[in-house]
Design a protein around this ligand. Sequence first.
Ligand code: PEP
Ligand code: MN
Length: 337
Amino acid sequence: MIIVMQKDADEGKIRHVIERVEGKGLEAILLRGEQRNVIAAIGDKREIPTEYWLAIPGVEKTVPILSKYKLASREVSPQTTTVKINDCVVGEEKLSIIAGPCSVESMEQTLCAAEAVKDAGAVALRGGAYKPRSSPYSFRGLEKEGLEILAEARRKTGLPVVTEVLAPEDVEIVYEYADVMQVGARNMQNYSLLDELSKFDKPVLLKRGISATAEELLLASEYILRTGNAPVILCLRGIRTFEDHTRFTLSIGALAHLKRVTHLPVIVDPSHPAGDSNLVPPLAKAAVAAGADGLLVEVHPEPENAYVDGAQSLTPESFNKLMGELRLIASAVGREL
Ligand code: PEP
Ligand code: MN
């Protein structure tokens, strides 16, 4: 159940409601919103009548949550929750385009990519320092050195940094350097990693697992949301199906569904489902047309020399061209870039 507080309910009233919720043996999670604050009361409350809650000062209404996911549900907040990454706000009318190489390979490669994506209008830099690879013999990232390179790219360009964290024991060090901590598709159901991330106060970019349903993605987000510390941005990146004409299948239907059932911002990674740089622009454009709040795009200064995912990486020139095309689509659907 969600307890929606009145617009003018002060901190004292909020604390009082939390105490009453906890007094009934329920867990209280405070979710601060721009318009008003709500308190999620989690647990079995069948015996407590609605009137009990309505009688408490500052309470406007209660809303039962029927879905399995509670905090991510649209029922909690009719408005899309915005997530601030420095000056960029994900979930606003302005789309958040995050771009950069699949992995951090060197200072020169990262700085070159960072300058290029910034010039084209990206609001944040992506780049993996810890890489999940299907084969243990592949390049697995520069780790701490990669984080330092990303920090230097942020210093030089002002772009906030989005980078992946692979294991619970790495959260602390990635937290030190990153502006957004990315959970990759292979880790969406790594619940000890999600629990660890929930203790920190940095936004988490949570990617859909390769074989996870939309509901499982939302339930995974609850692990992070339940402490109230870290906001979550969802990211669709394609799932495995019988189709083999693309690397993964990007479900635009899942995007439309998620935008309807959750208030969390949802962005789309068109690069991993495409697997081929020629297919990235159409997927990116489809995602923006269908209501994505942003994109996560792989861009490499020299895709043919990339250590990882060169075939799906855009050159700075093709990324710049894509941004121009996206501007037109964004304005057609009431967004801007
Ligand atoms: C990535 O973003 O580079 C990545 C590894 O993505 P995914 O987890 O979606 O495969
Ligand atoms: Mn990649």
